[in-house]
Design a protein around this ligand. Structure first.
Ligand SMILES: Cc1cc2nc3c(=O)[nH]c(=O)nc-3n(C[C@H](O)[C@H](O)[C@H](O)COP(=O)(O)OP(=O)(O)OC[C@H]3O[C@@H](n4cnc5c(N)ncnc54)[C@H](O)[C@@H]3O)c2cc1C
Length: 382
């Protein structure tokens, strides 16, 4: 028992950093903090979450990120570049195979309209990348047919970039947790944080009858961040966006690389996805959406109609208002940070290898300034 300003506050454990949220974002940051030598604690509500980290599509995807926002393209590219060493380190440290394949990716287009829009988008991304560069190619139907056997008559072409890939995101999640523990991190499951005491460089939360204290805290609680952020002088206006995914029975390996909404695992299952639905916190599956996903897949590859669907699910993305991540440090309570995004698989490399070291050093790098939630502050009309 200890006393704090005359109050009996129970047992207190001190760490260098608290991370709230044990999903992909919090665990990647926790792992990065532990690798940077900090004594970190990961506090998680438990398996009652909306399953973004357990229900995603598993793409490490660059080619559609950052149209009109080149800073997001650069951040995503930095993360994709960090992925091979993150995967190798985790595999070596934990023995968990993450199954990263990163030989580029294709986004198929059905019809001339889609192809024209895609070409314009890729040209704009190339222009906006400036000296940083953005390597891509538009493939016509003939080139694509030679590469991907059995494409449907409606397929007109595809965009390709070398940066894309895919991985077993559940294995990544498992490996991050294991790696965090192996680096000395403390994991506190079944702990919902609803109150906190915040002072500059001094943060305290209650968990299982004890007080957890640290000079740094990172809010990485996915959709839970919307309520937690104001307690720390931060803002994280994220909303749920539902995505549904279908999985086929296993079949022989058909493609050498992932496609934007169709990917085959090394074991042979084909994932078809994923819808983008604004339905609040509703995680139910809808047959009409599942049919839409299946129809597009069969238009892309008619032979897919022969395969059985063996699994399907719905999960909620953590979606900021403009679709770009929110990274911030509290001005009122220095030492409090937040991380929010809808691409936690893709950005795992950046969260572990770039964001966490910034937190460990005590301040976010100015390259993250455009990701501040301040961008949503609208001046009041006169
Ligand atoms: C259908 C779908 C497809 C996707 N496909 C891809 C893809 O191909 N590639 C990609 O990069 N990304 C993809 N994503 C996104 C990716 O899964 C998410 O960005 C990522 O999982 C978000 O992780 P998170 O840790 O922020 O959130 P979550 O996974 O929701 O984890 C948040 C955690 O915080 C905990 N928590 C919440 N509130 C509290 C509290 N008050 N106290 C303590 N703990 C709390 C929860 O219990 C939970 O464990 C997809 C998502 C969906 C839904």
């Amino acid at each position: 028992m200890i006393t704090d300003a005359g109050r009996l506050v129970g047992i207190m454990r001190r760490f260098d950093a608290i991370v709230i949220g044990g999903g992909l974002v919090g665990t990647a940051i926790g792992y990065g903090l532990a690798c940077a030598g900090l004594r970190a604690v990961l506090v998680d509500e438990g398996d009652v979450a909306y399953r973004a980290s357990r229900g995603n599509f598993g793409l490490v995807w660059v080619q559609s990120k950052g149209l009109g926002a080149p800073h997001y393209q650069r951040w995503t590219r930095a993360s994709a570049a960090a992925w091979p060493s993150l995967a190798a380190d985790l595999e070596e440290r934990t023995g968990v195979e993450i199954g990263l394949e990163q030989r580029g990716g294709l986004q198929l287009c059905l019809g001339e309209d889609e192809l024209a829009k895609r070409r314009a988008m890729m040209e704009q991304m190339h222009r906006e990348a400036g000296n940083f560069g953005f390597e891509y190619r538009m493939l016509d139907r003939a080139e694509l047919a030679a590469m991907l056997p059995g494409i449907g008559p409606r397929v007109t072409g595809a965009s390709w970039t070398p940066y894309d890939g895919h991985a077993n995101s559940l294995a990544l999640f498992h490996a991050l947790h294991r790696g965090f523990a192996k680096k000395g991190g403390t994991y506190l499951p079944n702990s919902t944080v609803s109150e906190a005491s915040a002072a500059p460089g001094d943060f305290r939360i209650e968990s299982g009858g004890e007080t957890i204290a640290a000079p740094k805290i990172v809010l990485a609680a996915g959709l839970g961040n919307a309520e937690l952020a104001p307690l720390f002088g931060l803002s994280a206006p994220v909303r749920p966006q539902r995505g549904q995914i279908l999985v086929t029975e296993r079949t022989t390996r058909a493609w050498p690389l992932p496609l934007g909404s169709i990917r085959q695992t090394p074991e042979g299952s084909i994932l078809l996805g994923s819808s983008e639905e604004e339905v609040g916190f509703d995680t139910s599956q809808k047959p009409e959406i599942m049919q839409k996903i299946a129809r597009r897949a069969v238009l892309s590859f008619p032979w897919l109609a022969e395969l059985q669907i063996v699994r399907a699910w719905a999960a909620l993305r953590v979606m900021p208002p403009d679709g770009l991540p929110i990274y911030d440090e509290s001005e009122r309570f220095p030492g409090a940070f937040t991380a929010n995004c809808h691409s936690g698989v893709t950005l795992a490399g950046a969260h572990a290898g770039l964001f966490a070291p910034m937190v460990a050093a005590g301040a976010l790098d100015p390259v993250l300034a455009p990701f501040s939630a301040k961008r949503f502050d609208v001046p009041e009309a006169a």
